[in-house]
Write a protein that binds this ligand. Structure first.
Ligand code: 6R9
Length: 652
């Protein structure tokens, strides 16, 4: 057997020949992008249409206390005009969005650029009538339906800032995000069908709106026609309003550095933070990476299976592909409904050329056998991609052999909500791939591996440390909504002068990069990023809970599972009912994606004498790795560890 590091898959000659970027071009462009970033990015900025030209390409300080990131200053543009209007003359009749519903028996939709223009303008007119103007915030809480894209683009057209909340989040989480950005309008749907089940989105929104300002309006899209309660004067019927809404709306001119969207994401401390992306740099970066990483060519059918509730859906379902005039597929369902062949059925049906998904989906499907794949004609597939978490070599090999038949390069794209687009990935026509490696930095990206303690750069190959980025790129987040100090502290204070990614990384003997996972208290559950602190604060909000510590542990399909140590109040006794109740409680507080996998009753938690919980030990116990607990002598009461091990061991 080959070890993952010794397995190397060079790109085939045919792929190299047709690719936008081959090895020589990568080397030349990468060098140029670092030697003269201003010239490189000024060139790249030409791929989008500006109203007024920018006067300065890059103006960035990474100095802690004074962090300031600006790209394409004084340039003006409109993202919706870039994603729609400028394509109308040449490709108005081309499909912009293929929509595949949850139920395979329901018809798919093909939305042309002309139709996308009309629908987006109607939505922009409706939002304007509801009082939304440039700079206002709009929360989008929708299923994966075309209206989600219309809503995003309509906000962009108005110059309003959208904040999408994944439909799997609870009313409490939704309310926090509405209040966090002081949104004027929430756009939702009656129900969200997924995997044959329906989530009552509107009633979730109703529950959330009890905890927001009275002035927040709710625009409701009809998806299933399911019953909803209606609050007159607050709720508005999108489908009725669209009947009378004009199909044209002049795009509003915005500045390159005006915010395009806010997207909440989890960090190692506190509640999720609102990552702010701005307009010009983000769009240039999303468009460039979409074209180059996926080697997208005119006429290709491209499918990213993410949800628009996550950054991947923003950059690689909507903004990147549409800026490039692509045909992008939007899927409402799940990989295993009606059965584990759904992805491949959809690939065959729509003749998908580039397919981009998460390792957790691959692992789940892999367990169901190869018949679900081989019965479909996947001959149109040219490229496969993964994102969201490290991919294990077994899953990579299955993806490569069974799905790609050994002929589709796999782009393992490493990036983050904060980065706006891919920072490291092999390029299909330029690089060999290695199962599990993110391989090479994208143009303009200078990754550095730092010693975690000294913060000093580790030079050379065959090294490991924390991953930082040395200088800015146009798609980088600009701030945390309403809290610039938190932005600086989170990303620029630990390692001065660098952007700190929160990930660990290895540069192998060949100089290729491997992401080793988070080095902070962020866990990655089925590709969903979660702060252990969030789950802890949900648990301690329950009256029975005195204290909680949450860690990740290896999980075959999800990548990581959620392991909770819970200390009860003195007057409460552990029971199976209480365990169930706590699990349900977390689902209600945050959403089903945060559902604890394991709850262990912990009469005490291992703490230092200064009261700090020693998570390192809790992680090891959750991993069943008792031999590697390390030094426990600094604990205030070392006996709690024995107790935790005893109870863990009892679980087998
Ligand atoms: C795009 C996205 C970001 C975190 C990131 C890292 C992990 C993402 C990865 C990967 C290994 C990859 N991650 N892609 N790890 N290989 N190809 O997922 O954004 O939800 O913010 O998560 O996900 O740990 O720091 P986000």
């Amino acid at each position: 057997m080959t070890t993952p590091e010794s397995a190397v898959y060079p790109p085939s000659e045919e792929i190299v020949k047709n690719a936008h970027v081959d090895a020589a071009k990568y080397e030349a462009l990468y060098a140029a992008s670092l030697e003269n970033p201003d010239a490189f990015w000024a060139d790249q900025a030409e791929r989008i249409t500006w109203i007024k030209p920018f006067t300065k390409v890059k103006n960035v300080s990474y100095d802690y206390g004074n962090v300031d990131i600006k790209w394409f200053e004084n340039g003006t543009l409109n993202v919706s005009a870039n994603c729609i209007d400028r394509h109308l003359a040449s490709r108005g009749a081309q499909t912009a969005i293929i929509w595949e519903p949850d139920d395979p028996n329901e018809s798919a939709q093909h939305i042309t650029y002309t139709e996308l223009h009309q629908k987006t303008c109607q939505m922009a007119n409706i939002l304007t009538d509801l009082g939304v103007t440039k700079g206002d915030r709009v929360v989008i809480y929708l299923p994966m339906i075309p209206e989600a894209a219309y809503a995003m683009l309509a906000c962009a057209r108005i110059g309003a800032i959208h904040s999408i909340v994944f439909a799997g989040f609870s009313p409490d989480a939704l309310a926090a995000r509405i209040n966090g950005c002081d949104a004027k309008v929430v756009i939702t749907a009656d129900e969200a069908p997924r995997g044959g089940r329906k989530t009552a989105l509107k009633s979730n929104a109703d529950a959330a709106l009890l905890h927001t300002k009275d002035t927040v309006k709710c625009l409701v899209v009809k998806r299933t026609g399911g019953q909803t309660t209606w609050v007159d004067g607050r709720d508005y019927d999108y489908n009725a309003l669209a009947q009378d809404a004009a199909g044209h709306f002049k795009p509003v001119e915005v500045n390159a550095e005006d915010p395009l969207f806010i997207l909440y994401t989890s960090g190692s401390t506190g509640q999720p933070k609102g990552v702010v992306h701005t307009t010009g740099g983000y769009l240039v970066y999303a468009a460039l990476t979409h074209e180059v990483t996926f080697d997208y060519h005119d006429g290709d059918i491209y499918w990213c299976t993410a949800d628009v509730g996550w950054v991947t859906g923003h950059s690689y379902i909507v903004y990147g592909p549409l800026a490039n005039g692509a045909t992008t597929l939007m899927f409402e369902g799940v990989p295993t409904y009606p059965d584990a062949g759904r992805f491949w059925a959809v690939c065959e049906k729509h003749k998908v050329n580039q397919f981009y998904t998460a390792p957790t989906a691959i692992r789940a499907l892999m367990g169901q056998g190869t018949d679900f794949v081989t019965k479909y004609d996947l001959s149109d597939l040219k490229l496969l991609g993964t994102v969201g978490e490290p991919i294990n070599p077994e899953a990579w090999n299955w993806y490569n052999d069974v799905v790609g038949k050994g002929k589709c390069p796999i782009v393992d794209t490493w990036w983050q909500t904060e980065t706006g687009g891919h920072l490291m990935t092999p390029l299909p026509g330029a690089h060999a791939t290695k199962p599990g490696a993110a391989m090479k930095p994208f143009f303009g990206i200078e990754p550095v591996v730092l010693d975690p303690t000294s913060g000093v750069e580790i030079e050379g190959n065959g090294v490991e440390g924390v991953l930082c980025i040395k200088s800015s790129w146009p798609g980088q987040m600009r701030t945390v909504w309403g809290d610039h100090e938190r932005f600086e502290k989170t990303y620029f204070s630990d390692y001065k002068g660098y952007y700190f990614t929160g990930d660990g990384c290895r540069r192998d003997e060949g100089g290729d990069y491997w992401i080793t996972g988070r080095v902070d208290d962020v866990i990655n559950v089925s590709g969903h990023r979660m702060g252990t602190a969030e789950v802890e604060s949900a648990l301690v909000a329950h009256a029975a809970v005195a204290e909680a510590a949450v860690v990740g542990y290896p999980h075959d399909i999800k990548g990581q599972g959620i392991y909770c140590y819970v200390t009860l109040m003195n007057d409460r006794e552990p029971s199976d009912e209480l365990m169930k109740e706590l699990r349900q409680w977390v689902r209600t507080e945050i959403g089903p994606i945060a559902s604890p996998d394991v709850i262990q009753w912990a009469p005490g938690l291992p703490k230092t004498r200064s009261g700090k919980i020693m998570r390192r030990i809790l992680r090891k116990i959750a991993e069943n790795d008792f031999g590697a607990l390390g030094d426990t002598s600094t604990l205030a009461d070392p006996s709690v560890v024995d107790d935790l091990i005893k109870n863990r061991a009892a679980k087998g």
